[in-house]
Design a protein around this ligand. Structure first.
Ligand code: NAD
Length: 535
């Protein structure tokens, strides 16, 4: 068995097929995208299978990658740095359970596998770690840096977070101290809770947003140059901001947004400013918090600059479970009537979320998670009424869904989540499932930040071309800038405008798995397992 922390192995997966070509520089694969178009006509569902040929080209050499976090000195940021350093320097530590090794458990890429085929003869299934399907950056190799409005040095930030065992903190502290203190950041008090003000002692001076933008862009360039990097992933893991109002003429288009930054418009948030800085530098930006950083102007700018963005909000605990349980119920033909979720936590994130406007952002991001499962089953849930022009009115029938978050300092980083699923079952019966989930928040979130960073770097190296006869442009092109393939790790996945959000965790994982396999020319290895069903 391959342990997730096993020393790095060469990427040895080789696909032998006329669909897959290897050169020193690229892996090129032919892929048939199979789907179906459906026409609903009177009394009939007319389905036409479709096939579209594509080619994927993946650059084999991984980029030397930097991870610049906004909020580096927070619980997630400091935990990420210290656990990478523990892995990199192979620090083992003692807990009351015994000796603990560092590892990457909780990382989809490094600690989970995909079924790739079966052995001839025995038919025994073969699984490989996801990180071996295509060349990916090893987390130990990420160059770490970033910003924080709190100037506490990283070793002290780790102690302040109260996440890691003392014996690990003690040993990793000298390495953390070498990271120094985070770069000064921008602080617009209107966007995060007033209770954060005492932390804000490490600020880029002034209140000119254009000057702030240029300062951050210069930070990104300098970090890239100083560390001789090919790629930087800029990652928002700072406090949750309030929602930005979408105001026509201010942030609705790329040009309006850039003009609003020039005029230091009050509605441009720090996270939007960081996103714009990353896009203008051509580096990917990921939003790990729930606020609407990606106002329409940011998405348009990312499209214009062909620069990658992904978000929103890390999907670490309660929501991950909810997207699985709700799907299980609906797919089992059971009808959830209400889902009631309560959380309490005692870390600084919880403190910030105790303010109404910041809680609102979290509430919105947590609320839509069952929508697609409900939409997919109109046997259980009535479809929306159709208005005069054939346009649906409202959302149709939907389970009641509430989310409550409370700040309870005593529990620190150990978040408690209580969820009640109340459902209708056979012939008027009722079923209630209660889940009580206790988890160390930052230890769940850190591997997600790693997965998002490493996948994003990989997706910057993948190009595609459409080989169908109708295709006008047969040149290789980068993927669409909004990286919805990251959805598995995100609570409220940002998708290409006009396309549907998929919340189902299984579908999100299948999409990622199918995509990675397609890039090496493997398609259609479904769970049909036909040879086990026939003579
Ligand atoms: P935290 O409060 O410990 O850390 C946030 C850090 O951001 C703080 O050090 C703060 O000083 C800094 N900060 C605030 N505004 C800033 C700015 N403008 N520029 C630079 N730094 C700034 O919080 P955390 O537990 O590390 O969580 C970070 C974010 O991730 C939060 O928004 C949280 O909602 C989100 N999140 C966390 C989880 C999880 O499981 N831990 C899950 C989903 C989302």
């Amino acid at each position: 068995p391959i342990h997730p922390t096993a020393a790095r192995r060469p990427n040895t997966l080789v696909v032998q097929s006329e669909n897959t070509q290897y050169s020193d520089e690229y892996i090129t694969s032919h892929f048939n995208n199979r789907g179906a178009t459906v026409n609903l006509s009177e009394g009939q569902i007319l389905v036409t299978p479709t096939v579209q040929p594509y080619e994927f080209q993946t650059k084999r050499a991984v980029s030397k990658t930097g991870l610049m976090m906004i909020g580096m000195g927070g619980n997630n940021g400091s935990t990420l740095c210290s656990t990478i350093l523990a892995n990199r320097h192979n620090i083992v530590w003692r807990t009351k359970e015994g000796v603990q090794q560092p590892n990457y458990i909780g990382s989809l890429l490094r600690a989970s596998t995909v079924r790739i085929g079966s052995e001839p003869g025995t038919g025994k299934e073969v699984h490989v770690p996801i990180c071996d399907v295509l060349p990916m950056v090893h987390p130990n190799d990420l160059v770490l840096g970033g910003w924080d409005i709190s100037g506490v040095p990283m070793d002290k930030a780790m102690a302040r977070a109260r996440v890691l065992d003392y014996d690990l903190q003690r040993q990793v502290a000298p390495y953390m101290a070498l990271l120094g203190k985070p770069l000064p950041s921008i602080y617009y008090p209107d966007f995060i809770a007033a209770n954060q003000e005492a932390r804000a002692d490490n600020l880029i001076p002034g209140d000119d947003k254009q000057a702030h933008l240029e300062h951050i862009r210069a930070d990104i360039r300098k970090f890239k140059q100083d560390n001789e990097l090919d790629r930087i992933v800029v990652f928002w893991t700072a406090n949750t901001e309030r929602y930005s109002d979408i105001i026509p003429g201010v942030n609705d288009t790329a040009d309006n947004l850039l003009a609003s930054i020039k005029s230091s418009h009050a509605e441009v948030s720090p996270s939007t400013l960081f996103a714009v800085a990353a896009i203008l530098e051509g580096e990917p930006f990921i939003n790990g918090a729930p606020q609407n950083t990606f106002v329409p102007g940011v998405i348009e700018l990312a499209e214009r600059k062909q620069s990658f963005i992904g978000g929103d909000d890390l999907k670490s605990g309660q929501t991950k479970l909810k997207s699985v349980l709700a799907e299980f119920l609906v797919n089992a033909g059971i009808k959830p009537l209400s889902i009631a979720s309560y959380n309490h936590l005692g870390n600084n994130d919880g403190h910030n979320l105790s303010a109404e406007r910041q809680f609102k952002s979290k509430e919105i991001s947590k609320s839509s998670v069952v929508d697609d499962m409900v939409d997919a089953n109109r046997l259980l849930f009535k479809a929306p009424e159709v208005g005069p022009k054939g346009v649906p009115v409202g959302k149709g029938e939907h389970p009641d869904h509430i989310v409550v978050i409370k700040y309870v300092p005593a529990v620190g980083d150990s978040k408690r989540a209580i969820d009640e699923y109340y459902s209708e079952i056979f012939c008027g019966g009722r079923s209630t499932i209660n889940i009580f989930n206790e988890c160390e928040d930052s230890l769940l979130a850190t591997p997600l930040i790693l997965d998002l960073t490493i996948l994003t770097e990989l997706l910057t190296r993948v190009k595609y071309r459409d080989l169908s006869a109708e295709s006008k442009n047969k040149e290789f092109a980068p993927l669409y800038p909004v990286l919805s393939l990251l959805s598995y790790m995100l609570k409220a996945p940002l998708v290409k405008p006009g396309t549907e959000v998929i919340n189902s965790l299984n579908r999100q994982r299948n999409a990622l798995e199918s995509f990675l396999k397609a890039c090496v020319g493997l398609e259609g290895s479904s769970d049909l397992l036909l040879d086990t069903r026939i003579w």
